[in-house]
Design a protein around this ligand. Structure first.
Ligand SMILES: [Ca+2]
Ligand SMILES: [Ca+2]
Ligand SMILES: [Ca+2]
Length: 690
């Protein structure tokens, strides 16, 4: 593709492209873009290890789907030095490695003035960032990320699971000049940062967040704008709003509803931390919120409104937020949640308040002035609470916040601005829904459907027909082939079945996981009291689930078998045992009354005998006798005195006992076994030798 010229169009034919490394290089010109497009948008599917590298200027990718495969370098890279490139109408979904800990990022934007728009980015289930902006090359930044549909990112394993990350700590003194607008985030819950801002001068506006278990976080870098965003928690746990560190940001016209997060996941959280003058790029610490404007926002029925002084115990320097302005915000709660919280240790200092309206039973730590307690009389319309003609918030704002020209839904503010995010009257910028964003082709009912197979354990799956991409209505036969030593257990996901082979009907995109497991072996342990032995058939003591084991008690001369207890009952001999779990059978032999000689009437004495055999591998017999009934423990210690086993812990009668001890899990070495019965105690040494 390196020979493409300005104005060229490269068309990929409809179908499945597997393991394609596409290097899309070229130099287009303004008005003379080089286009790489799908013959039919949505009908070109790239799977396997496919990915696209875009390197040049005025290059545009349109209508592709990268789904179901994976690549350690991610799915789409706009390379450093590239500019005015665009990826549009494109899908990256379910691009997951076999091991969820494998880390890579799906879409990397480097260079400058590039655009990612109307894309569908869904189903990231491994360590990584969905869309990453990296400020490398010169010039850098000035990207636009808009009208994308971000979806279904489950909670990950800690930090590093952002849906959108703008720069990184090492670049946090650089200007990004990124605009992220009109994006729809649905259940993007990878970590506390849905969006992580890490550089200067970026704008986040007109986005809608639905049921995302995180926050839009201004983490590093100054002077960003967060404007006109809608946050809907719908009561889902851990849903949050805007989390703010560092200096000079403007937060206005945002709307928050039914968020359940508190603390740093409050609708608006202002951080404590080090002072800006002490900050150096790549220092992981939080910089305190400083000179932040919080104006004309509306918070409705959240678990916590505005929290001034959120802090992180890992920070070495914690100073309170300072010089922040809270003006013309509405906080209205139908619950007992705090409208405003001043942190007990690090409450905001020199905070300026004016024109705010608080409503609800618990306004919290509001100051003496700068707010009124009144019901703004919002009404639910089109899914959010809007101002009404009779509202006391109407025309009632204070101060002059010149950047607040429009309201959240995009109408011009009048001369007397209303308190809150909404000026009376409906505008065009309502909350987004999926129809407003993502590729135009996404709703095509005849789109090729993608079957993704995941493996748990070790093995492979054959699909018939092969390929992973199917016409609607295709039946696909799945055959699981376990790796050596493994067993096929079951299908999970969109096929729930233990059958192999089995089939799926492709009436939608499907995710199926083949679960392979290592064979389970159940252990059969036997304890003997009295004198005798036990025979197992099959022998060995470890069995596959479902094995029937014949167990036979063989008394020594002068003894008789009395009965089973533990996992068996009664006195049938032999008996059959079904191994459906780990089992322990206690075998009791008693003196044969007909063979009792006079010496057997001698009083029994407390005695712990040397185990036999010794050294042993792995089974030995430990014999002891008790002169009186008592609570009795036989405990095995290693040479360091750690308890490694306790074969007996019971109330035992006077008598002789034999315990078979299996040391299969113990390393070679010296061990001690101690018998305590009532006030008596004895200890002996034994040796495991492999
Ligand atoms: Ca993060
Ligand atoms: Ca007005
Ligand atoms: Ca309005």
């Amino acid at each position: 593709m390196t020979n493409a010229q300005p104005g060229d169009t490269l068309t990929m034919t409809a179908g499945t492209w597997t393991d394609q490394q596409i290097y899309f290089n070229g130099s287009g010109a303004e008005g003379d873009t080089i286009l790489l497009r799908a013959e039919i948008p949505g009908y070109v599917v790239l799977n396997g290890s496919s990915r696209i590298s875009i390197n040049g200027s005025y290059l545009k990718v349109d209508g592709l789907r990268i789904t179901g495969g994976y690549h350690l370098q991610g799915a789409i890279d706009i390379e450093s030095g590239s500019h005015h490139c665009r990826v549009t109408n494109t899908e990256v979904s379910e691009f997951n490695p076999p091991d969820a800990a494998t880390r890579y990022h799906w879409i990397n934007l480097k260079g400058s003035h590039n655009r990612l728009d109307n894309c569908f980015i869904s189903g990231m289930r491994h360590s990584g960032v969905s869309v990453l902006v990296t400020l490398t090359g010169n010039p850098y930044g000035y990207h636009r990320i808009d009208h994308n549909y971000f979806a279904d990112k489950p909670v990950g394993d800690g930090n590093g699971y952002e849906s959108l990350k703008v720069a990184a700590g090492a670049y946090s003194d650089l200007e990004g000049n990124i605009i992220a607008e009109y994006n729809y985030f649905y259940r993007c819950s990878g970590e506390i940062e849905i969006i992580s801002n890490k550089c200067l001068n970026n704008i986040y506006r007109y986005n809608t967040f639905v049921e995302c278990q995180g926050t839009l976080t201004l983490r590093q870098g100054t002077n960003c704008v967060v404007e006109g965003n809608y946050f809907f928690g719908n009561g889902v746990a851990l849903t949050g709003g805007i989390r703010i560190t560092h200096r000079g940001h403007k937060i206005y016209n945002n709307y928050f509803q039914d968020l359940t997060g508190d603390g740093q996941r409050s609708a608006i959280a202002l951080y404590a931390g080090m002072d800006d003058k002490d900050y150096v790029p790549d220092d992981g610490g939080h910089v305190r919120a400083d000179s932040i404007l919080i104006a004309h926002n509306t918070i409705v029925n959240c678990a916590e409104g505005i929290y001034s002084g959120a802090w992180d115990a890992d920070d070495p320097i914690i100073l309170p937020p300072k010089d922040n302005t809270l003006a013309n915000n509405i906080v209205t709660m139908n619950n007992n949640a705090m409208g405003y919280k001043r942190d007990a240790l690090y409450p905001g200092v020199n905070e300026f308040w004016e024109g705010n309206m608080f409503n609800g039973p618990n306004p919290g730590d509001v100051p003496d002035s700068g707010y009124v307690a009144d019901d703004p009389e919002l009404i639910l319309k089109d899914g959010w609470y809007q101002i009404t003609g009779s509202s006391p918030a109407l025309d009632a704002s204070s101060g002059d916040y010149k950047m607040v020209i429009e309201d959240i839904d995009g109408i011009q503010r009048d001369q007397f601005k209303d308190i809150g995010a909404d000026e009376l009257g409906s505008g065009p910028r309502q909350p987004l829904d999926p129809e407003d964003v993502g590729p135009a082709w996404l709703d095509d009912p005849d789109l090729p459907l993608v079957l993704n197979i995941n493996i748990s354990g070790s093995g492979e799956v054959l699909t018939d027909p092969a390929g992973g991409v199917y016409k609607k209505g295709t039946g696909v036969k799945l055959t699981a082939i376990p790796a050596e030593g493994y067993l096929f257990s079951r299908w999970e996901g969109d096929l729930n079945s233990p059958a192999n082979p089995d089939s799926v009907q492709m009436d939608a995109n499907k995710q199926v996981t083949a679960v392979f497991t290592l064979p389970v072996l159940h252990t059969l342990n036997t304890w003997l009291t009295g004198s005798g032995r036990v025979e197992l058939d099959p022998a060995g003591g470890k069995y596959s689930p479902g094995t029937n084991v014949v167990i036979r008690a063989v008394p020594d001369s002068g003894w008789i078998f009395q009965g089973w207890s533990g996992s068996l009952a009664g006195s049938d001999n032999p008996e059959t045992l079904l191994m459906d779990e780990n089992k322990l059978v206690v075998v009791t032999f008693v003196r044969d009354p007909s063979s009792i000689a006079s010496d057997h009437f001698l009083p029994m004495r407390f005695d712990l005998k040397q185990n036999y055999p010794n050294p042993f591998n792995p089974v030995t017999t430990i014999s002891f006798s008790l002169e009186a009934a008592a609570s009795t423990r036989l405990t095995i210690y290693d040479a360091l005195g750690n308890i490694v086993a306790e074969p007996v812990n019971d109330y035992l009668k006077t008598g002789e006992y034999q315990i078979n001890f299996n040391a299969v899990y113990l390393a070679s070495g010296v061990y001690f076994y101690q018998l305590i019965s009532g006030a008596k105690r004895a200890i002996r040494k034994m040796v495991v030798m492999r």
